[in-house]
Design a protein around this ligand. Structure first.
Ligand SMILES: C[S@@+](CC[C@H](N)C(=O)[O-])C[C@H]1O[C@@H](n2cnc3c(N)ncnc32)[C@H](O)[C@@H]1O
Length: 321
């Protein structure tokens, strides 16, 4: 086992379970880690499976720099692309062979909340930005300070599943009439005072869902997941495995339906004794009938893992219908 970097702040979720489920089936397999982050899963796979090669993606170059340093001990076994995963799979590089394993660990990293300085966290006072890549034109500041009230409310409702979205949007619009809302702590304070008293002392901070909604909107997260899953699945080799870790119900719904829709594409022969023609064999084998959750111990040791769900599938054959 290779000694790991002690300055890393994000712990890879369900690491051992995922190492096992996505275990390479052949020597020299190629894996794409679509969400490298600080490289926790990549490190574990490279360390455990000595002849595995990894292609590592991240939209954020600053976190990728941390992972590059961490994974440098593995030399040429890891290569890096600073890109959005949906763009990567839509234009899969000609120089690469098709992957045997694909992993998505959706959302953002503890690094983004605690060390990026980009206003992802309501418990810090940072400039509202939330862009994973500075090439994006619209930041959280732009949305908060310029969206019409109704659009703001819809965004907070749809991407945050926030039941007080209308009250929150109205409070934001009133506050920004006085002066622009520039900082994360100020936004959190406006949200806190806009919701009923009982909601202020709930299980989560009242700004949690609105901050999630803004981040999802700024980075186009849900649209990217949908298109990336489709293109990644076509690029994946037949017999290859794909796994996705999600952190909220909006993402999990997309992944669940993506797998189920492929499963439904085959006509099952009702006569169980008849030989099933190849065209009627399934396209996908869903490995996790129910999503895998972190153990109680992991939830205690690594609180962000409490909301994680892992779904995985094998691509049985080329999806050609
Ligand atoms: C949950 S973290 C991954 C953590 C990583 N598995 C680890 O163990 O360190 C998700 C990472 O995906 C990146 N990311 C999010 N959406 C992305 C996208 N559409 N394309 C590429 N990277 C993305 C984020 O910048 C973040 O670093």
């Amino acid at each position: 086992m290779i000694l790991d970097d002690l300055n890393i702040i994000h712990l890879p979720v369900m690491k051992n379970e995922i190492l096992d489920i996505l275990k390479p089936d052949r020597a020299g397999s190629l894996m794409v880690d679509c969400t490298l982050g600080e490289g926790g899963h990549s490190f574990a796979f490279l360390d455990q499976y000595q002849d595995l090669k990894l292609v590592c993606l991240d939209a954020d170059s600053s976190i990728m720099d941390i992972a590059k340093r961490r994974l440098s001990v593995f030399g040429v076994r890891a290569t890096f692309y600073n890109t959005w995963y949906n763009s990567f799979f839509a234009n899969y590089p000609a120089e690469l062979e098709r992957p045997d394993i694909i992993l998505f660990d959706l959302g953002i990293s503890v690094f983004h909340y605690k060390a990026s300085g980009r206003g992802f966290s309501f418990s810090r006072d940072e400039k509202l930005d939330m862009r994973l890549n500075s090439n994006l034109e619209i930041s959280a500041y732009d949305i908060v300070n310029s969206y019409p009230e109704e659009d703001l409310a819809n965004l907070i409702y749809l991407y945050g599943e926030e039941r007080y979205s209308r009250r929150i949007a109205s409070a934001i619009v009133n506050a920004r009439k006085l002066e622009p809302i520039e900082m994360s702590a100020k936004l959190a304070d406006i949200i806190y005072h806009s919701v009923p008293h009982a909601y202020r002392n709930g299980y989560i901070h009242p700004a949690t869902r609105s901050f999630q909604a803004l981040r999802i909107a700024v980075n186009g997260e849900l649209e990217r997941v949908k298109s990336a899953l489709e293109d990644a699945y076509s690029v994946l080799k037949p017999s290859g495995k794909i796994g996705v870790i999600t952190f909220h119900s909006l993402e999990d719904r997309i992944v669940k339906h993506f797998f189920k829709d492929i499963e439904a594409k085959v006509k099952v022969n009702k006569n169980k004794y008849a030989k099933v023609p190849e065209t009627q064999q399934p396209y996908i084998e869903i490995i996790t009938k129910k999503p895998l959750l972190a153990t109680d111990q992991e939830c205690r040791d690594n609180p962000p893992s409490r909301s994680a769900k892992f779904r995985a599938a094998i691509k049985v054959r080329e999806l050609d219908i």
